[in-house]
Structure formats: structure tokens, C-alpha cells
Design a protein around this ligand. Structure first.
Ligand code: BTN
Length: 241
């Protein structure tokens, strides 16, 4: 689904690399392209949150249009999480794990987040913007969850190059072999496998043991009333607090 980008722009300060990608797509630039910000003034996180984006971190968005069905695009989140894990491991990070759906953790604290935005286009096809933030410098403070940083173990410029290489690697495997190998690689690094999970899905909450990842990337929970598939939302591990 990902091809080598035609443009790879490095911008000193930007509002949000995802917002910039969307502006480009609206203006007719269908990519594939990459925008890297060295800092962001309005970094966007999932669920309308902010993403703290000081200098030293990596703020990266890959954007393109595709003929692939919209529902398959969510697998790009797994492509991105695996790529980020490779990059941060190559920078010397230890105890790296992947929290469903797309967070990358170090020692259980969030090091990287992924924001995948997409929409169908009139006339067919879809556009997507795969935004990735990695705390390559300090961990952001004052958030409602534990955060991690890499203490400048890698520069944003090098991180961006390595990230693009690993995105192409995992995307190539997805296209050639399907989701199977990505699912296995993700599960070997999964955070909290076998543990009790509290999932905020839609308006409700579901509690159960995290037992597997389904063939389409859904989280599988064993609950009191049987096995439940979670396809979107956020998960908490009460046992880890
Ligand atoms: C999350 O909330 O976990 C997702 C955070 C995604 C942040 C990245 S930084 C690069 C890109 N530009 C943005 O404004 N957001 C994403």
C-alpha cells in the first residue's frame, strides 16, 4: 500500500504534519509524499487530543491516495507500529512493546503514537495520511498517561529516513504475504497479552482477557459472556494501573 515517496519535505516548524498532508491532498497533490516537522505548534493526537511536539521529537506524515478499500487501511496502523518498534530498537531502546491498536511503549510508557486519517474520494479511491509521532528527545510531561522519551538517541532526520525504510519493508510484506506475518510480529511484542483489559468501545465498556489479535487486526477478548471482537477504541490494563 505504500510506495517510495516522490517528495520528502523537512519543515522546521509546522502546525501539524497531518494537517499539512490534508491541505496538500485537497490541493490536488495525491502523493505519495512525506512531511516531517522538526516541531509542531498544533500536533494532533487520537480522539481530539493534542500531541506535544517540541524540537527533538519526530513528527512524520506519509500521505497518498489508494484504490484499496477503506476498511483495509486500518492495517496501516500495524505497519506503522512495527516500523516504529524497529526504529526505536535500532536506537537502543529496550523493553519495547506494542499496545493495541497502535501505540509503541517503552517500559510500559508511551513513546510513540499513530494517527491514521482517511476518507473516500468522490470518483473512487481514498486518501490517507499516516501520522507518526516519536518522542526521540524528552518524554512529554503533565499528560494523563505515562510517557517515555529516547533522550536524543537518534536525530529526527535519521529517524525519518529509517522510519520510511521500515514502513516500506512492512508494507511490502503486507502486500506480498497478507496480514499473517505482521500479526505474528505484532503479537510477539504485544503489551499485556493474556491480561485483563478494559476496552472503551463506542459508548460502553467491555472487560475481558486479551487473548489474541484477529486476522483483520481486531482485538479478541474473552469475557464472561464469551469471545468479543473490539475493532476500534482504546484499551486500559487495570492490573498495570
Ligand atoms: C496518538 O494520540 O497516540 C496519536 C499521535 C499522533 C501524532 C502524530 S505527530 C505527526 C502527525 N501530525 C500530527 O498532528 N499528529 C501526528
Amino acid at each position: 500500500m505504500l510506495a517510495p515517496p516522490r517528495v520528502f519535505d523537512l519543515i522546521d516548524e509546522i502546525d501539524s504534519t497531518n494537517a499539512e498532508a490534508l491541505r496538500r491532498i485537497e490541493a490536488g497533490d495525491h502523493g505519495p509524499g512525506v512531511v516531517v516537522g522538526l516541531s509542531q505548534t498544533g500536533g494532533r493526537g487520537r480522539r481530539g487530543r493534542r500531541w506535544e511536539s517540541p524540537k527533538g521529537g519526530l513528527y512524520f506524515t506519509y500521505y497518498a491516495t489508494t484504490g484499496a478499500p477503506l476498511r483495509t487501511l486500518s492495517l496501516l496502523g500495524f505497519v506503522a507500529a512495527l516500523a516504529v518498534a524497529d526504529v526505536v530498537c535500532s536506537a537502543g531502546a529496550e523493553a519495547v512493546s506494542l499496545k493495541w491498536p497502535n501505540d509503541v511503549l517503552v517500559n510500559g510508557a508511551k513513546l510513540s503514537g499513530i494517527l491514521l486519517e482517511s476518507s473516500a474520494m468522490t470518483g473512487g479511491g481514498a486518501w490517507f495520511a499516516l501520522g507518526i509521532g516519536i518522542n526521540l528527545a524528552a518524554a512529554p510531561q503533565g499528560l494523563d498517561q505515562a510517557t517515555a522519551g529516547l533522550d536524543r538517541a537518534m536525530s529526527p532526520e535519521e529517524g525519518a529516513q529509517r522510519l520510511m525504510e521500515r514502513l516500506l519493508y512492512w508494507s511490502g510484506r503486507l502486500e506480498a504475504e497478507g496480514f499473517g506475518p505482521l500479526r505474528e510480529a505484532w503479537l510477539t511484542q504485544a503489551y499485556g497479552l493474556g491480561e485483563l483489559v478494559n476496552a472503551a468501545a463506542g459508548a460502553g465498556r467491555i472487560e475481558g482477557a486479551f487473548v489474541d489479535l484477529d486476522a483483520d487486526g481486531a482485538l479478541l477478548l474473552d469475557t464472561d459472556t464469551g469471545r468479543v471482537r473490539i475493532t476500534a477504541g482504546e484499551v486500559f490494563f487495570p492490573g498495570r494501573a
